[in-house]
Ligand binder design. Structure first.
Ligand code: PLP
Length: 332
């Protein structure tokens, strides 16, 4: 594994800190550390920034001048893509899917959407359930028709090139843990469009680190999520020249904490947001890390992590909180 072989531009503040969470650990009776990928820097940070380093590297190699991507209305990925485009003088066209169905003014105007507009991205909104890959192709064709050179970034930046960002994060975690003489028993992450989970699994496998990753699903049911992650982890290992490194058993997702659906908040998510904030002052988000923490809390209370040292990957998203004020207010 030698990531300098892949084109890359620099966007993130790396390495992100790996820190203990003493008060949350005490509250849950499990030793929990946190990998601060909410501190990657760009536009407030988050996990998409690592992926975008490799995706923009590829975009420049292909001579692109316009990034085209998609996400839910409160997409953290779209925010970070719009910021990366601004920082490198590219145009950015975004398609926002009304995936949650929310018409609340904070959801449609504040949080990530406000920042997309601040970065000057073009925004087109489509109904929930739209064929988003087809929408990407349509926008890319429009860019081409006006003489531009589009570069399509799939939802969440989740393809093998984007997943290289989390191969690099896996390496970072192992190096940091080794420097601390700290044995990591498990890494826990939210898993959505799969690139983060897949990149971690591929990176750890290629290194032979033997650290299991538990993905807490935020959208798809378990079988579908594990299939998506496995396919992408395998494709990433192929890109790294190690096609046999990842096995299906390495891919584990627990999708019991999705609740009503993607981007829909329940009481246990609000309790998770409050617990993280009121123990170690960690700001989670309502769509991804809040659900992952909801899962971590339930599993810890059920004794799943007994005598383990667990690393919780904070994938960012706090900017989305401001799109959920009307949903969260009563619970605070
Ligand atoms: C996109 C996102 C995730 C999920 O990462 P995937 O690579 O899409 O699985 C988790 N947390 C936050 C805050 C995100 O924005």
């Amino acid at each position: 594994m030698h990531l300098a072989r892949f084109p890359r531009i620099r966007l993130a503040h790396l390495p992100t800190p790996l820190e203990p969470l003493p008060r949350l650990s005490e509250a849950l009776g499990v030793e929990i550390w946190i990998k601060r990928d909410d501190c990657t820097g760009l536009a407030g940070g988050g996990n998409k920034t690592r992926k975008l380093e490799f995706l923009l590297g590829d975009a420049f190699e292909q001579g692109a001048d316009t990034l085209v991507t998609q996400g839910a209305v409160q997409s953290n990925h779209v925010r970070q893509t719009a910021a990366a485009a601004a920082a490198y003088g590219l145009a950015c066209e975004c398609i926002l899917e009304q995936r949650t169905g929310s018409k609340a003014i904070d959801y449609t105007r504040n949080g990530n959407v406000l920042m997309d507009r601040l970065f000057g991205a073009g925004i087109r909104t489509v109904p929930g359930g739209s064929d988003m890959p087809a929408e990407l192709e349509k926008t890319a064709a429009e860019v081409t028709a006006r003489g531009g050179k589009p570069y399509i970034i799939p939802g969440g930046g989740s393809n093998p090139v984007g997943a290289l960002g989390y191969v690099d994060c896996a390496r970072e975690i192992v190096v940091q843990a080794d420097e601390l003489d700290m044995q990591v028993d498990r890494i826990i992450t939210a898993t959505g469009s799969a690139g983060t989970h897949a990149g971690l699994v591929a990176g750890l496998a290629v290194m032979g680190a033997d650290i299991p990753v538990l993905g807490i699903g935020v959208r798809a049911p378990k079988a579908k999520q594990e299939e998506n992650v496995w396919k992408l982890a395998h494709a990433t290992a192929v890109l790294l020249g190690r096609p046999d490194a990842v096995t299906a058993e390495m891919v584990v997702a627990d999708c019991d904490y999705v609740g009503e659906g993607y981007g829909l908040v329940d009481d246990a998510v609000i309790e998770a947001l409050k617990l993280a904030a009121r123990t170690d002052a960690i700001v989670l988000d309502p769509v991804y890390t809040g659900k992952a923490m909801k899962g971590l809390i339930a599993l810890a209370k059920a004794g799943r992590f007994e005598n383990e040292t667990v690393v919780f990957l904070h994938t960012g998203g706090a900017q989305g909180l401001f799109g959920y004020e009307s949903v969260l207010a009563a619970g605070l």
